[in-house]
Structure formats: structure tokens, C-alpha cells
Design a protein around this ligand. Structure first.
Ligand code: GDP
Length: 300
């Protein structure tokens, strides 16, 4: 399967409902009903009210094209512009550090495993740090991923100071001349204040020990949680400046339109998307491929 086919397959559920509905609406003649239905279709696809209104305003501003093909092309262009340019990870020059943040259950550990697999495929050496010391199961899960993808894991006993784990991992990266350190962090949101302080502390340790290293702070969001994900993101972004998003579980939702709203409303780039549970199911987010999968060019 090509990368695009895999991505397209990951969006299958969104395409079945959201895309099908959009294409139906685009066939209506422009008028109040057309715009109402378009709005409803976008909101239902989890594009979010604010982003939906921005899209509709742009469509109106272009004037009411009579033929559906022109409206279809216009919508494709608007969506493409909304997404902005592709945002690759900054990992060079090595060593680089990737802090991975997110609430429990968002898909954080799986995304780390998949990212490590991808980087190993690029012939980079990877070290994982199990800094979610709160959950023993999280440490075990990371160790399993490490074995699968060929990456060592730095871990302490459950309950240990996460910043101490990160400190040790940084020393290992230095002494072994490794390329990328990926740090798994805790995500227990019910102790919000403590968690945010812990993340800040980890961030400080990295900045102090590897001041010149490229540093990504990636927030993992479950694509199916839509507007809720946006609230979570604001919280994390306030604590540690997030550099990009990983949108996990895009394959599990019919609300793939969330990609449009989340990036725009937070002003943060979607850098990677998860489209399945396998090691190869994490892809750099390609805005053009997304639009092509969501609203393919059609011959009318
Ligand atoms: P964490 O608590 O944030 O570390 O979450 P996990 O990484 O343990 O993921 C929670 C669940 O979501 C697991 O069952 C994963 O297999 C699943 N998951 C994670 N990412 C994806 C994805 O992109 N697609 C699908 N279908 N499932 C995913």
C-alpha cells in the first residue's frame, strides 16, 4: 500500500459519512438551504463552529458559482489554505529531544512506539525515556515498544521522579552519541496542577542539559474527541509551549474534519497523524493528501 493509500484508508470512516454528505450538498443550488446544509455537514464532521463559519464566509466571498464543480474546487482550495504548509519535525542536528505530552488514553505511548519505528527506519538511533512513572503499566508498555522497534528504554521504578529519569536519559544520549531521545510523560489530568508542574520541570531539565538540541514538545490528541481535545491542548500549551500536534486515532473516527478545527483554533501545526495501531500507522501530516482524501477531485 502506498503512503497515500494507507492514509486514505485511515480516513475511510470520515469519507463514508462526511465526504459523502459534503459531495451531496455541493450539488445543491447556492441559496440559504445550500449554506445551511453545508454548515451542518461541516459541524457534524467536527470542523467546529468557528472554523465552519470561516469556511462558509470564504466560500460566499468567492461568489455563488452556479456549477457544483467550481464550488467543489473552491472548497478544496479553502480547506487547503486553512491547513497551512506541512510542518516537519525538527530533529537535526542530533541529538534531538521529543517530549510527548497528552492525557492518558489519548494514544501517547502507541504514538511514541510508532514514531520510534519511523525514526529507526530513517536510520536514526533512538532512546526512549519512561518518564510516566505514575503508571507501572506505562513503563511496561514502553519497554515492549522499545523491543519491537529496536530502541533502548531508560526507566526507574514506578513512583520515581520523572525529571530524574529524563536526566539519566539525557546523559545516556550524550555518552552514547544517540540521535533522538523520545520522552513519555504522564497524563493524569485529575491532578492537573501537579502534572503541569512536572512537565515544566522535565522541560527545564532538557533545556539545561542539552541547551543547543532541537526540541519538539508534541501533544497527542485523540482525533475522535474533537472540541474536548482543543480544551486539553490549551491547558498543556500554557504549561509547556507545544511545538506541534500528533492527532491519533484518525482512523477510528468519522469526524476527521477535526484536523481542520484543531490546528486552526490552536494555531499549532498538526505534525503527525495516527491512522491505525500498527507500527507503520503514524505518518507526517500532509495537508494536500488530507484534502485529496477528504474531498477528492471529481469529474462532474
Ligand atoms: P496512552 O494512555 O495515551 O499512552 O494511550 P495508548 O498509547 O495506550 O493508546 C490507547 C489505545 O488507543 C490503545 O488501545 C492503542 O492501541 C489505541 N491507539 C493509539 N493510537 C491509535 C491510532 O492511531 N489508531 C487506532 N485505531 N488506535 C490507536
Amino acid at each position: 500500500m502506498s503512503v497515500f493509500d494507507r492514509f486514505r484508508a485511515g480516513l475511510a470512516r470520515t469519507r463514508e459519512t462526511f465526504t459523502a454528505r459534503l459531495e451531496q450538498v455541493l450539488r445543491l443550488q447556492p441559496g440559504p438551504e445550500y449554506y445551511e446544509q453545508l454548515e451542518a455537514a461541516l459541524v457534524q464532521g467536527d470542523v467546529g463552529i468557528a472554523t465552519t463559519q470561516a469556511i462558509i464566509a470564504q466560500l460566499r466571498a468567492r461568489g455563488d458559482a452556479r456549477d457544483p464543480a467550481s464550488r467543489h474546487t473552491a472548497l478544496r482550495e479553502i480547506l487547503r489554505n486553512l491547513l497551512g504548509p506541512a510542518a516537519p519535525l525538527h530533529l537535526d542536528p542530533p541529538p534531538a529531544v521529543v517530549l510527548v505530552l497528552g492525557v492518558n488514553g489519548s494514544g501517547k505511548t502507541t504514538s511514541i512506539g510508532k514514531l520510534a519505528h519511523r525514526l529507526r527506519g530513517e536510520r536514526r538511533t533512538v532512546l526512549l525515556a519512561a518518564a510516566d512513572t505514575f503508571r507501572a503499566a506505562a513503563i511496561d508498555q514502553l519497554v515492549i515498544w522499545g523491543q519491537r522497534v529496536g530502541a533502548d528504554v531508560v526507566k526507574h521504578a514506578p513512583g520515581a521522579d520523572p525529571a530524574a529519569v529524563v536526566y539519566d536519559a539525557v546523559q545516556a544520549v550524550r555518552s552514547r552519541h544517540l540521535d533522538v531521545l523520545i520522552v513519555d510523560t504522564a497524563g493524569r489530568l485529575h491532578t492537573k496542577v501537579n502534572l503541569m508542574e512536572e512537565l515544566k520541570k522535565i522541560s527545564r531539565v532538557v533545556a539545561r542539559e542539552l541547551p543547543a538540541a532541537p526540541l519538539e514538545r508534541l501533544l497527542v490528541l485523540d482525533a475522535s474527541t474533537g472540541q474536548n481535545a482543543i480544551q486539553q491542548a490549551r491547558l498543556f500549551h500554557q504549561a509547556v509551549e507545544v511545538t506541534g500536534l500528533i492527532l491519533a486515532k484518525l482512523d477510528g473516527t468519522a469526524k476527521g474534519g477535526a484536523v481542520l478545527a484543531i490546528g486552526r483554533e490552536l494555531g499549532l501545526p498538526v505534525k503527525l497523524v495516527g491512522v491505525g495501531e500498527g507500527a507503520a500507522d503514524l505518518q507526517p501530516f500532509d495537508p494536500q493528501a488530507y484534502v485529496d482524501a477528504l474531498l477528492p477531485e471529481v469529474r462532474w
